[in-house]
Design a protein around this ligand. Structure first.
Ligand SMILES: Nc1ncnc2c1ncn2[C@@H]1O[C@H](COP(=O)(O)OP(=O)(O)OP(=O)(O)O)[C@@H](O)[C@H]1O
Ligand SMILES: [Mg+2]
Length: 284
């Protein structure tokens, strides 16, 4: 639950992104306290993913700002923000098909480690190379430690990923590829995790597993922003729900409160969707 006095972990003010004549994200304000799980819902095209892109540096806002742990991080690159502890997964899934499960997840761990290395452009890599040549045993031990770390993360997914650890990601099922992406985000040891429809295209069993994992992460104190069309999951997991429509925030509050808000019902009906998720699931 949010603690009123604590400074928010993430704070977004007046965030706006236009594509030609369309305002995809329109003056959004958002505060997220440490340990909170906030869901963002809304009809297709409401601007949810664009908002994630702005927060994670994949896209730059036309107006407004984003601060993380009290620092203005507006417009910083995704790599910088990842190193700062902002991890995300993508709506359509992004894994390196030719890399193994292990290597896909190791990328997350390496991104984190690069953060503590010198940021000087040339000296950094040279120093790294020097260290690698001088202390190969250390480097090997470090790599081994990371591989163990990855195994612990993969074990969160039961027997879904561990037995496939050396398989290339392209050979995995769709649901497993999505799990690999979440594992990679976790290997970053994030302080903020953004999940864009983590259960899209998953069957009810897979959805229940994902819901349990997100609940576990929340119980461990991770701060989470979740975009999700499956309202049951949203209602169960969220401390707070934000509803977007046509780029704007149209409602915010406890799950049940927004679910019965006439503005929210109208937004969904106005788009001809009595349940965006249901239509999408049957289309998938
Ligand atoms: N790069 C882009 N160029 C032009 N228009 C874009 C771009 N990205 C998003 N849009 C438009 O911005 C609006 C918001 O899109 P966005 O993907 O953020 O919606 P969403 O709420 O995530 O929808 P969904 O539930 O379908 O994933 C849509 O009208 C979309 O077509
Ligand atoms: Mg989206």
């Amino acid at each position: 639950m949010a603690i009123a006095q604590a400074a928010p972990l993430l704070s977004v003010r007046g965030l706006t992104r236009r594509f030609g004549g369309l305002t995809a994200v329109d003056a959004i304000d958002l505060d997220l306290a440490k340990g909170e799980l906030v869901s963002i819902i809304g009809p297709n095209g409401a601007g949810k993913t664009t908002l994630f892109n702005l927060v994670t540096g994949l896209d730059r806002p036309d107006a407004g700002n984003v601060s993380f742990e009290g620092q203005d991080v507006t417009g910083l690159s995704p790599e910088t923000l990842a190193a700062e502890g902002i991890a995300r997964t993508f709506q359509l899934g992004r894994v390196f098909g030719n890399l193994s499960v292990m290597d896909n997840v190791l990328i997350g761990a390496h991104t984190r480690l690069r953060a503590v290395k010198p940021a000087v452009p040339l000296i950094g890599p040279l120093l790294e190379l020097g260290l690698a040549l001088l202390r190969p045993a250390n480097v090997k031990a470090e790599e081994e430690r990371l591989r163990e770390e990855v195994k612990v993360i993969l074990s969160r997914f039961g027997e879904r990923l561990l037995p496939r650890i050396e398989q290339p990601a392209y050979s995995l099922s769709y649901a497993n590829r999505r799990r690999v992406e979440i594992a990679r985000a976790l290997a970053l040891k994030p302080r903020l995790l953004l999940l864009d429809e983590p259960t899209a295209g998953m069957n009810p069993t897979e959805t229940a597993e994902m819901q349990a994992l997100v609940a576990e992460l929340k119980a461990e104190g991770l701060t989470i922003l979740l975009i999700e069309h499956k309202l049951e999951m949203v209602m169960r997991l969220s401390d707070r729900v934000i509803v977007m429509d046509e780029g704007k925030k149209i409602a915010e509050g406890a799950g049940e409160q927004v679910r019965t808000d006439p503005k929210v019902i109208e937004a969904y009906l106005g788009h001809g969707l009595s349940g965006a998720a249901d239509q999408r699931e049957s289309a998938a």
